[in-house]
Design a protein around this ligand. Sequence first.
Ligand code: TRP
Ligand code: SF4
Length: 402
Amino acid sequence: MKTRVLSGMRPTGSMHLGHYHGALKNWVRLQDEHDCFYFVADWHALTTHYEEREVIEQSVYEMVIDWLAAGLDPDKSTIFIQSRLPEHAELFTLLAMGTPLGWLERVPTYKDQQDKLRDRDLTTYGFLGYPLLQAADILIYKATYVPVGEDQSSHVELTREVARRFNHLYGRGGGFEQRVAAALARLSKDDQRYYERQRKAFGETGAHEAWAKGEALVRRNAAALEGWTDPDTELLLGHLKGSGRSVLVEPQALHTEVPKLPGLDGAKMSKSYGNAVLMRDDPETVARKIRGMATDPARVRRSDPGDPDKCPVWSFHQVYGNDASRQWVRQGCTTAGIGCLECKQPVIDAIVAEQQPWRERAAALTAEPKKVHWIVENGTERARTVARQTMKDVREAMGLGY
Ligand code: TRP
Ligand code: SF4
């Protein structure tokens, strides 16, 4: 079975090159080898922009069109919208009951964002709780990998803690002890004694060797015994660890090393800073924006030598160039051998070429809005099947199965 990957983005409308190189490109790459779930985090947008009701619907579909234009394939990836799945809210509520306030107050983005977005009132309950909502988004699909930027690491870490706590608190319910006993009874007497020895040793000393021996024994039996199921394996491994059953899966963040693409002024690329090149900007706009880009401030005149390390255009050459072109830039810039417009031209050409397939796909999709809606509809129903099953497990584990 393929491992599950899950990620989400807030609906910010049309995507820019920073979104593509920082996230989307990776999402597209992952869909060939994993069972990928990608969703529009529209509730998350409300945690900071709850008063802006007009923009959201348009933004959702603009963003989905760019995802598809970038190469997300609805036959490979499940694409959906968070708010269409109230199950996320149910899990969020249930997890909230046992999550210490301090865990949320300690998440670094909480203070950071409040400092950054000073013009907004972020002293809301929703804003404090949003990393827990994110945890619910992830845990409800039992995702193994979560591709996100470094800035989201602390949210994935919180998700792991929440899952661990949940399994610890509730993984023993639902007749856990009896089910463990029933599964154990299927092993030979010798294996039972061996398992018990390893479990004790692991409990007392935490020795990895004991865990590994116990696990090997369980797996050997799992492969050999007729009618043995995965939940049986989960039970015995959980019992071996002393943690109860793993109802929720601890995910891992997946960071990819990509050269950063800054905005036109060298700051982080963002539509709200007005320094972005959009995925669907037309070639003239791209040329105009790149020609107007900031360069090394020391190059006032054409004859002044420059330093690529002090120039945001250089970062674009990292993403779009190759060794030879970078050699040309470094040499030309530091000796004033090339002018800045000359230096920018290969970047313009590369962006325009990169955008070509996006433009074509996006044009086709924009002409058929029903098709886009249908893709999202389909993905949403696929996601719902998984989310419902998890909620069933969760309710049962928490004693809400009545
Ligand atoms: N919080 C993420 C962001 O602001 C978006 C997000 C919401 C997310 N839920 C998620 C990302 C679950 C990964 C997994 O970018
Ligand atoms: Fe930047 Fe290129 Fe101009 Fe050097 S020549 S300052 S790298 S744009």
